[in-house]
Ligand binder design. Structure first.
Ligand SMILES: [Zn+2]
Length: 363
């Protein structure tokens, strides 16, 4: 026992020494060792990892999306590119300068940075204050609250829609992530039997794989919206990839049923200020929800039903799923199918009328 303890202690000490010897910007650095903090952007706290280098704070490039700035990668120049309107700032990895395109004078100019842009475990960290200044943002440190605060001069997009008119007893059922061959037909059968129109937020990948089920959704009078091709989490995705996710899904829906939708639901409901502005520019309305049934976690029909009764109110949007993109073999949505006819009957008994998102928002 004692020998074992000593051995463990030796491993611990050696491990500690190795950690000290590794340079901080090494790609071997343990990601979990990078500290996290909240930075306040226009009054809203945003959690982020950060690094300190010679007294300067560095944040992951993606963090800048919370300020409204677009973030992309340029493989050719091994740089991260930040842009807003006509200005563009490219920060090459492992360099202490940026190449800036100044839209007003249509010129590229190289500017020094306080410290190098570094890459750790695939994340690129950039000097926050230098970059924020380029966009005319104000960064201050509040010593009393010990937090960094950023004031951007970038407007926010129209807010995401979380509900319809609270004066009317309408409710919208929404089903995400499909179509799929197992759950979607069962849900469509119930909706048909109950004469209810719902809204399906479909994934492009699933529409491509199951075009006939997409056609059935459309032919039976349901509404549909775009839910990306691959279901990525937007706060960690480059702007160009988001555009690709949305456009490819629009295209496959159009190819399948000859229609497009202006409704969009972000995967996990996660969206940054930059993504919201992008969606607005693309003419999409971002639809969230009022009632989260948590059905994807494998809840029973009874559990789902009690959540619906607890959280429903006039104008409500109910979030459910008809496919589980990450654990599709686990059959986690049996509760969804079980709860559905009862949700319809019991809410109708309370005086609710079931409508699509389009009807909900038009009233
Ligand atoms: Zn989803």
């Amino acid at each position: 026992m004692r020998v074992l303890m000593n051995k463990q202690f030796t491993i611990l000490v050696v491990g500690f020494l190795i950690c000290l010897l590794l340079p901080l910007n090494s790609s071997f650095a343990d990601e979990s060792a990078i500290p996290e903090a909240e930075i306040i952007v226009d009054g809203r706290p945003q959690k982020t990892k950060y690094l300190m280098r010679s007294g300067h704070i560095l944040v992951p490039a993606f963090f800048l999306k919370h300020t409204g700035v677009n973030v992309n990668r340029n493989q050719q120049y091994r740089s991260v590119v930040f842009s807003f309107e006509e200005n563009l700032y490219a920060l090459p990895i492992n360099k202490n300068f940026s190449d800036d395109y100044l839209g007003k004078v249509k010129k590229w100019v190289r500017f020094p940075l306080v410290t190098n842009t570094v890459e750790i475990d695939g994340d690129v960290y950039v000097p926050l204050v230098d970059l924020a200044k380029k966009f005319g943002m104000i960064v201050t440190y509040n010593p009393k609250l010990r937090r960094t605060e950023i004031t951007t001069n970038i407007r926010s997009a129209k807010s995401s829609i979380r509900r319809g008119n609270p004066e009317r007893k309408f409710v919208a059922l929404t089903f995400d992530d499909g179509p799929d061959p197992h759950y979607t037909p069962q849900i469509l059968d119930i909706l048909k039997e109950k004469n209810v129109r719902a809204t399906f937020f479909v994934m492009g990948k699933q529409v491509e794989n199951y075009p006939n089920i997409m056609k059935r959704i459309f032919n039976e009078g349901h509404a549909f919206g775009n839910h990306t091709w691959n279901h990525p989490s937007f706060p960690r995705v480059m702007t160009e990839q988001i555009i690709e996710e949305i456009n490819s899904t629009q295209t496959v829906i159009d190819r399948t049923i000859g229609r497009r939708s202006d409704l969009f639901r972000p995967p996990y409901g996660a969206i940054t200020k930059a993504d919201a502005l992008l969606l607005e520019k693309m003419g999409m309305r971002t639809i969230m929800w009022t009632v989260d049934t948590l059905d994807w976690s494998g809840l029973s029909g009874d559990d789902i039903l009690s959540i619906v009764h607890r959280d429903i109110s006039p104008g409500g949007i109910i979030l459910q799923h008809n496919f589980e993109p990450h654990r599709e073999d686990a059959r986690l949505l049996d509760g969804t199918v079980e709860a559905l006819p009862r949700i319809i009957d019991e809410l109708r008994a309370k005086g609710y009328r079931f409508v699509t998102i389009h009807t909900l928002l038009a009233n």
